[in-house]
Design a protein around this ligand. Structure first.
Ligand code: CTP
Ligand code: CA
Length: 225
């Protein structure tokens, strides 16, 4: 099928999409999080289902309705997201990592609520690195020919940073979008460039998140054996 058409060109395929943003708990009531709404990931899940794919959606802390006909796996932290992605990716034809994953988590978790102490400054929060699911599944493909897509939000040197990140992660495609104070987070629309490991560069003009999602699936489809 040609670009932009939405026939059942993903029928018989299993695709995995991660969406939302991880939360890294400090204590039972507090976490370190990010501003990802999950809308782009949900748009990817909906459009893949509309194109006939079996879809597993790994949803990190979203407050969106489950898309019809999609298997939703809720997760909280980056460690849980990695587990769920690895499991679902085992028999997947494609994996699209749209979730915003925390790079670090608090080194320790307080089982009781952290309290202020009179006249004392707070303890610093010590962080440790989280696992990188995208780098891991890209380095060790569960299936020959599996197509893996990452997302990157950049504030500066968007294309140069995107190219370097694509190489570092080892994925096949990287969707790069520019973010800023009023750009992208929580919005209904998006604008991006999709970089390919083969050197390709596909600009996606400002438009609905569904349109970007369909372009991603077009590019994935072209790369599936
Ligand atoms: N990602 C992941 N696990 C992480 C961090 C990121 O799987 N611990 C995935 C994201 O889902 C996304 C891609 O990697 O698809 C790029 O995330 P990004 O934060 O842009 O990359 P980083 O390598 O963490 O770079 P930076 O230092 O710019 O945050
Ligand atoms: Ca990061």
């Amino acid at each position: 099928l040609a670009r932009g058409t939405t026939g059942p060109d993903l029928a018989g395929r299993h695709v995995v999409v991660s969406a939302g943003g991880t939360r890294e708990p400090l204590d039972p009531v507090r976490f370190l999080g990010n501003r990802s709404s999950g809308k782009q990931g949900y748009a990817l899940a909906r459009t893949a289902a509309a194109r006939g794919a079996r879809v597993t959606l790994i949803a990190a802390n979203t407050s969106l309705p489950d898309p019809a006909g999609v298997d939703v796996v809720p997760v909280g932290t980056a460690v849980q997201l990695r587990e769920a992605v690895l499991k679902a990716a085992a028999d997947a034809d494609a994996v699209v990592m749209a979730a915003a994953v925390a790079d670090f988590r608090p080194a320790s978790y307080a089982t009781g609520k952290i309290k202020k102490k009179d006249g004392q400054e707070p303890e610093p929060v010590v962080l440790v690195r989280n696992p990188d699911a995208l780098a891991e599944i890209s380095a060790e493909r569960a299936r020959a020919g599996q197509v893996i897509v990452g997302f990157a939000a950049e504030t500066d040197e968007v294309l140069a940073n995107g190219r370097a990140k694509l190489r570092r992660k080892g994925c096949d495609l990287l969707v790069v979008n520019e973010v800023g104070e009023r750009k992208t987070f929580g919005a209904e629309e998006n604008e991006a460039v999709v970089l390919g490991a083969d050197g390709s560069e596909t600009p996606v003009p400002h438009g609905p998140k569904e349109a970007l999602a369909d372009t991603v699936w077009d590019l994935v489809r072209e790369r599936l054996a």
